[in-house]
Design a binder for this molecule. Structure first.
Ligand code: URA
Length: 218
């Protein structure tokens, strides 16, 4: 896959955002205030992928602006980063009613938006927040409790990326032990981002993409 030049990248991401803002691929389009495309630095080396917009995100049009977002900001600050250094997106771009779990048909309808974002941004590290993003991007059914903190090389959007599953900040808000683990996993991000001892790609077997139902995404 040819590298996308930074100027092109910003422009292409902006024009892709305009396209996605009118998306009607699934029923969530009817209930949304607006599409929550994603936000941050289009040239970021680190991309976070959450689950879906909640009430505040739907109102404001940006991902992670509620309580979970405040925790994400704190965790970023703890490793010397801000939102301006990273890009944040979600598996679903529209809010599910009552913040229910994403449904398989919604994920299937929406996933190509995320894959195109990854193709344009070309991050080196993709941190998945919670089960839905982790299962979708790893292509494996293993849950977040089992795989958090375990980086793995994979190919996303035509590029080699290090996939790094993390607990979802919303889950850690009220569970102190989970918050500790999330902080520990976050502390490894600078190393994974290419410090001296960043893990080198190893030979990997690429599994065929599994349908959402097989990944246990509902
Ligand atoms: N939780 C998510 O997964 N994404 C958001 O944007 C907000 C909360």
């Amino acid at each position: 896959m040819a590298a996308v030049e930074p100027l092109d990248r910003t422009q292409q991401l902006a024009s892709f955002e305009r396209l996605v803002s009118g998306c009607t691929r699934c029923a969530l389009a009817k209930g949304r205030t607006q599409v929550v495309f994603g936000s941050g630095n289009p040239e970021a080396e680190l991309l976070f992928v959450g689950e879906a917009p909640g009430f505040h995100e739907d109102q404001q049009g940006f991902p992670f602006v509620g309580q979970a977002g405040k925790l994400l900001d704190k965790l970023l600050a703890g490793i010397g980063l801000t939102r301006a250094d990273v890009y944040v997106a979600n598996v679903l771009k529209c809010r599910p009613p009552g913040n229910r779990d994403p449904q398989p048909e919604e994920i299937e309808a929406c996933e190509s938006h995320l894959f195109r974002q990854i193709e344009l941004i070309q991050p080196r590290l993709v941190a998945t927040l919670g089960n839905f993003a982790t299962k979708l991007l790893s292509g494996k059914p293993a849950g977040i409790t089992r795989v958090h903190g375990q980086e793995q090389w994979t190919t996303l959007g035509g590029n080699r990326v290090l996939l790094y599953p993390l607990y979802h900040p919303a889950a850690a808000l009220y569970t102190p032990r989970m918050l500790e683990v999330l902080e520990e996993d976050f502390a490894r991000i600078p190393t994974l981002l290419g410090g001296e001892d960043a893990p080198k790609p190893v030979l990997e077997i690429v599994p065929p993409p599994a349908p959402a139902a097989q990944l246990g995404l509902f």
